[in-house]
Design a protein around this ligand. Structure first.
Ligand code: URP
Ligand code: ZN
Ligand code: ZN
Length: 464
């Protein structure tokens, strides 16, 4: 392995911004300083560039069966696209099946990822039932297999949804063994009722997806989960927060000392509910759950990120082609596969709309797009920062480059881009995973299967 030196760049971490060079040996950051040229075999000039820790995407769905089909991106196309976008670690959701050993599902997820991933990855584990068999498996899954986050869906009735008893018992088990519980917080029972009412009334268009999942229902489920976490004394992480009502519940719980954390996603920061009204069924491209909200929620989300009431940014990448997948829901919005392609654009979009537009600082950017997820999900300090001893997962980023996001140029395996036509400033030029280029001068130079599964540490309290 050649010894590399990234020279003349500006290193940015969650805490500091400074000019120094980074020496990489055996995939690890060996030194940070000046005058290190004599120790290097290869010099990478980063003049005029930021040197960021690689992005950590805490929320992806690759090669996942959902909505009567399977996501368009697998671990090959999804992790390649992530790398192009400046992400060097993902944590993907491993689905489980009731009545089947959890370890079988985990083995199946390893099969999907192992020979394909080009960047490092970990897994969250879905929990939909708690019984003696599940309780017996959890300690070793958490402490030996390094899956330290358990996901419970409070929505998707008759598909993934678990009841409150299951959520609460998952929290108790998670607390006992050092895991965090993640929730998809929407009231699935009420949504199910509203969907049936809408369809009965002949309201079948994509916009009814949003209208049958109002923000009050997300706020209610978020508050309920936070109360259960308080009672259980567990750590809770609310995925894909979209609205003022949910932010308020998280903020209130945190102010009372409850161990609750919140994630939002780029789509909720820059797109709004009106996209679902696009003609010719195009609104289906914008069907996520929870749904895009009215535009006034965006400012609430930005302010929550800025003030620390929300802490992370996931892509919730769950891609389906418009032709052949999203169109399963023509004539019935409830059959539109939920989700969209964001893994590639998460990092740049957030830099452009956040730092370039003056909404957040450079250091907040790094914290939200990388470091905080590393800390919450048991990856820090191996990942999520630029420090001696950390993995050399690094993005060399041109802050001045401009481009237009488009399906014509993206690398995701999907026939549309929800941010089509949006101009962004800032470009990941080169991306290294454990010291090896995956992207070099905007070209893919990695190899399939070089991404490694990362065992994550059980949680400890971190400073807020
Ligand atoms: O619409 C979404 N968010 N699809 C992915 C599954 C989920 O709920 O995260
Ligand atoms: Zn969800
Ligand atoms: Zn998701």
């Amino acid at each position: 392995m050649t010894v590399k030196l990234i020279k003349n760049g500006v290193i940015v971490t969650a805490a500091d911004t400074y000019k120094a060079d980074v020496l990489i040996k055996e995939g690890i950051i060996a030194k940070i300083g000046i005058d290190l040229e004599s120790e290097a075999d290869e010099i990478i000039d980063a003049t005029g560039k930021y040197v960021f820790p690689g992005g950590i995407d805490p929320h992806t769905h690759l090669d996942m069966p959902f909505g009567g089909t399977v996501t368009a991106d697998d671990f090959e196309t999804g992790t390649k696209a992530a790398a192009f976008g400046g992400t060097t670690t993902i944590v993907d959701f491993c689905l489980t099946t009731k009545g089947k050993p959890l370890k079988e599902s985990i083995a199946a997820w390893h099969q999907k990822a192992g020979r394909k991933a080009v960047i490092d990855y970990g897994f969250h584990l879905m929990i939909s039932e708690i019984n003696d068999a599940v309780l017996a498996e959890l300690p070793s899954i958490i402490n030996e297999e390094g899956i330290t986050s358990l996901k419970v869906f409070m929505a998707y009735k008759n598909v993934f949804q678990a009841d409150d008893g299951t959520l609460f018992r998952t929290m108790l088990a998670a607390k006992e063994h050092g895991a965090m519980v993640m929730v998809h917080a929407e009231n699935g029972d009420v949504i199910d009722f509203l969907i049936h009412k809408a369809l009965e009334a002949g309201n079948t268009e994509p916009i009814y997806h949003a209208l049958t999942r109002p923000s009050i229902i997300e706020g209610e489920a978020t508050g309920r989960a936070a109360k259960l976490a308080e009672l259980a004394g567990a750590r809770l992480y609310v995925v894909h927060v979209t609205c003022a009502e949910a932010v308020q519940q998280i903020a209130e719980a945190r102010n009372q000392g409850v161990d609750v954390w919140g994630e939002t996603c780029p789509q909720y920061l820059v797109l709004d509910q009106s996209q679902l009204e696009k003609p010719d069924f195009e609104g289906a491209k914008y069907v996520w759950s929870p749904p895009l909200r009215e535009a006034h929620h965006q400012e609430v989300l930005w302010n929550a990120l800025k003030s620390g009431q929300l802490q992370t940014l996931g892509s919730d990448h769950c891609s389906f082609n418009f032709d052949g997948q999203k169109d399963l829901g023509r004539g019935d919005f409830s059959k539109i596969p939920n989700g969209g392609p964001v893994i590639e654009d998460r990092f740049s979009l957030f830099y452009s709309e956040g730092v370039h537009q003056g909404r957040i600082t450079l250091n907040q950017f790094v914290d939200i797009v990388s470091t905080r997820s590393a800390k919450l999900f048991g990856l820090f300090p191996q990942k999520g920062t630029i420090a001696v001893g950390s993995d050399a997962d690094i993005v060399i980023f041109d802050p001045l480059a401009e481009r237009i996001l488009s399906a014509e140029t993206h690398h995701m395996n999907v026939d549309y881009n929800p941010f089509e036509g949006l101009k962004v400033t800032g470009l990941p030029v080169s991306v290294l995973s454990r010291g090896e280029f995956v992207i070099q001068d905007c070209q893919f130079v990695g190899s399939l299967g070089t991404g490694r599964y990362v065992k994550r540490a059980p949680y400890k309290a971190v400073n807020r």
